[in-house]
Design a binder for this molecule. Sequence first.
Ligand SMILES: [Zn+2]
Length: 256
Amino acid sequence: MSYVPRLVDGVEVTPILDAVGPLGAGLRRPLTELFSGGSAEDWDVVGDGEWVLHFRCYLLRGPGRVVLVDAGIGGNDSPASTWAPVPGRLVQELAGVGVAPGDVDTVVLTHLHSDHASGAIGEGVPVFPNARHVIQRAEIEWIEGGGPSPTLERVVRPLTMLIDAVNGAAPVMPGVRVAPAPGHTPGHQVVEVGNVTLTGDLVVHPVQVVNPRVVYAHDEDSERAVESRRAVLDGVRARGGAIGTSHFAEPFTELG
Ligand SMILES: [Zn+2]
């Protein structure tokens, strides 16, 4: 598909659609069970029909730099394949905008859930072999502390040599930095590009923009997630900016 990049302070931000579909059968539940704490008025704003997720990564291009935010679902046998609707198309979609895997110099993983990280590995080896992979140290400690899991064994371990574990806010490229936003997972991070913040799963459904206190059933720590959500959304709003989300139908949501 064709993409319209958004130019932010000299950085070209291109949303790349990896997949579209509902949650897998085992995870599918009514929206009001997946999300708690919302009022009828909150749902009136956004609608509570079937949740069709978009799975989106973002490409950031500046002079001499190619950065990818999140790596998507991955192939047929990826750890996300047990629940994601379809395999990811990231590599083909990147080719469509003139980017080969070897061109990517940095991959930022907002967090280590399988629909954001699995596409970093294909057939057991790194898909983006020339990229450092920026992940919060707290996130790596969390996934390692959880014992053996498909994401640990089949994504994080094969990436080890390429991982750049950061503690807190850290620069990524001129005009771009990561900042911690824990709660969905302990080391979840967002990516700030000028007045645009790429949110990962800080918000997963538009109802959480309407009411940041709405809790998602798959948040690891719902109270921290609410705190992070309020802080990040308030900050973007104060700057008159926008968020770029992973799972909303539209890539950018203006908060200004
Ligand atoms: Zn997600």
